[in-house]
Ligand binder design. Structure first.
Ligand code: IMP
Ligand code: MG
Length: 185
C-alpha cells in the first residue's frame, strides 16, 4: 500500500516496513551490548509505542523485564491546571536501570515529564529508546540514547503513530501527500 486515506487526507509511504525493521534491529543490538548486565526494566509508553516495543523486544536478548505505562492528563484544581500522571507502573523503579520506549520524540515535553516522574520514583539510571526523533522540533537538552530513525519536521502516521486515533495499525510510516491535497479556494 503506497498511499492511504485517513480522515479524508491522503498519506504516502515515507519509511517502509523493511527500513523500520533494520533500524529497530540496530537499536536492539546497541541495547544488548550497553545494558548486558543491568537487568533493565523497559517501560513502553502507550498507545504509540506498541509496535516498536513489540519488534524491539523480540530482538532484545538480554535478561530484562517489560511493562507498559500511560501518561494520563486530567484537570487539576484551577490553581494547578493540567496535571499529567504516569499510570500502569506496578514494578519497583527504585535503584533500577529503566529504558523508556517511545514512538516519537518531537518537542521532548512528554518524555521530560516521564523522566521527571521516574527520577522521583528513584530510578538509578534512565535511558530513552525512541523509534523516531525530530531534532528540528526538539526543545530540550537531555540526551536521547537510542534513536532508530531521525526524521524531518513532518507529521507522520503508521506503525503505532496516529492521526486523530487512526492509522496506528499501518506497517509502514506515512507522511501527508501534499501533491494530492491541493486546497482550492
Ligand atoms: P512531544 O511531547 O512534543 O515530544 O510530542 C510527543 C507526542 O506527540 C508523541 O508521543 C506523539 O503522540 C505526538 N506526535 C508528535 N509528532 C507526531 C507525528 O508526526 N505523528 C503522530 N504523532 C506525533
Ligand atoms: Mg506517544
Amino acid at each position: 500500500m503506497s498511499k492511504v486515506v485517513i480522515h479524508g487526507r491522503t498519506f504516502k509511504v515515507k519509511i517502509t516496513d523493511t527500513e523500520i525493521q533494520k533500524a529497530v534491529a540496530d537499536v536492539a543490538k546497541q541495547i544488548n551490548t550497553d545494558l548486558k548486565d543491568k537487568k533493565p526494566l523497559f517501560l513502553a509508553v502507550l498507545n504509540g509505542s506498541f509496535m516498536f516495543a513489540s519488534d524491539l523486544m523480540k530482538k532484545v536478548n538480554i535478561e530484562s523485564e517489560i511493562s507498559f505505562m500511560k501518561l494520563a492528563s486530567y484537570d487539576g484544581t484551577s490553581s494547578t491546571g493540567k496535571i499529567k500522571q504516569l499510570i500502569g507502573i506496578n514494578e519497583e523503579i527504585k535503584g533500577r536501570t529503566i529504558v523508556i520506549i517511545e514512538d516519537i520524540v518531537d518537542t521532548g515535553t512528554t518524555i521530560e515529564e516521564i523522566l521527571d516522574q521516574l527520577k522521583e520514583l528513584g530510578a538509578a539510571e534512565i535511558k530513552i529508546a525512541t523509534l523516531l526523533f525530530k531534532p528540528k522540533a526538539y526543545t530540550k537538552t537531555f540526551p536521547i540514547e537510542y534513536v532508530a530513525i531521525v526524521v524531518p519536521n513532518d507529521f507522520l502516521v503508521g506503525y503505532g503513530l496516529d492521526y486523530n486515533g487512526y492509522g496506528r495499525n499501518l506497517a509502514d510510516i506515512y507522511v501527508l501527500d501534499n501533491t494530492i491535497d491541493v486546497i482550492v479556494n
